[in-house]
Design a protein around this ligand. Sequence first.
Ligand code: UDP
Length: 389
Amino acid sequence: MSASTARLDLDGNTIKPITICMIGAGGFIGSHMCEKLMSETPHTVFAVDVHNDKIKHLLEPDSLPWAGRIHFHRINIKNDSRLEGLIKSSDLTLNLAAICTPADYNTRPLDTIYSNFIDGLPVVKYCSDNKKRLIHFSTCEIYGKTIGSYLPNNSPLRQDPAYYILKEDTSPCIFGSVEKQRWSYACAKQLMERLIYAEGAENGLQFTIVRPFNWIGPRMDFIPGIDGPSDGVPRVLACFSNNLLRREPLKLVDGGESQRTFVYIKDAIEAVLLMIENPGRANGHIFNVGNPNNEVTVRQLAEMMTQVYSKVSGEDSIKTPTIDVSSKEFYGEGYDDSDKRIPDMTIINKQLGWNPKTPIWEMLESTLTYQYKTYAEAIKQTIAKPVAS
Ligand code: UDP
C-alpha cells in the first residue's frame, strides 16, 4: 500500500490506522481478514489464537512488508489473563473464535455451547468495561428453519419470499426441539447476540454483529487425515473436496435437498472491512453477509463441484459421483437441518453499500484449484502407504 494515498471511508473522511484485537485470527475467516488488513490497510493486528498454521505466511519472515503490524499471541481465551490487556490496548476487537462445524453440534453439544457462549463472555465484558468497540461473528443459523418449512408441502405460500427470506430485524428464530442437539449452536449464538445487544442498550457497548451465510473459499476447515483428524467431519465444501481428492462418491445427506446460498470469502471480507472502517454506519447493527444470487441445493453443489474438479484436476469423474446417506448415519443422533438460507440484503446495502460479486462457478473454480494444489499430492501419498498391521 502506498503511504501517499489517503484511504477514505464511505463518508469521505480519511481513515486513521487502528489496532485490532482479532480473536480466532488463525482460522479460515481470520486468515483472510489478516491478509486483507496487512496487504491493503495500515492497521495493526494482535492475532489471538491457539493455532497459527493458516497465517504463518503472514507472520514470517521478518522481511514481509507488514512486519511489525501483525503480532501473534498464542492464547486460549478460556483461561488467559492477558486477553483483557490486549483488548484494552486495541481500538476494536473482532471475535471469530468458536466451534462452527455442524458435525460437532450434536456430538459435542457441551463444547459447542461453551465455545459459542460461555467462553465469549469475558470478551464482551472486557469490551463493555473498557468502552471498546466489538465486532462479533454470529451465524445465519440463528434463523434456524424458515417459516415456509412448516407449511404443507403443497402450500402456494412456500413460494412467497415472505415465508423464506431471512431478515435481520423481522425474521423469527425457529429451532427444533431440545433433543435435536443440532440447535445447541444456534441457540448459544442467539443468546450471545442478545447479550451483546443488551450490553449496547444498557451499557452503551458499541457493537456490530455479523451473520455469515456459508462463506467458502481456500483454507476452509480441513481435509480429514491430512490437516485434520481422519475421522473428522468438516463442512460441506471440505467434505466434498475430500471425496473428490480421494475419488470417492460425494455423500448427500438426506437426499441433498437442503438449500444454501454460498458467498466467496473474499467478497465477505470486503463487507467486514467496510464495517471496521465505517464505525458510524456499522455500530448498533446486525448484518447478514451472504450472496442471495448463489442459491443451490446440496445435490446441485455436488454436481457442480464434480464438474469443476474434473476441469481443475484433468481427471474424469468416477462412475457413481454421489451416494445418498441418512443424516443419522452421517452425523449421528440429534442432527437436524436448516432447509433454506437466503439473506435479505437491505440493511447491509443501505448502511455500507456492499454487494457480493463472485458467482458460484467462479468461487468453486478458484477454491478447488487451491484444494487440488494443496492436497492432491499428500492424498496420493496416504493412499499409496501400506496400512500398518
Ligand atoms: N452435507 C452433505 N454431505 C456432506 C456434508 C454436508 O450433504 O458430506 C449437507 C448438510 O447436511 C447440510 C449442507 O450440506 O444440509 C451444508 O452443511 P455444512 O456442514 O456446510 O453446514 P451448514 O450450512 O449446515 O451450516
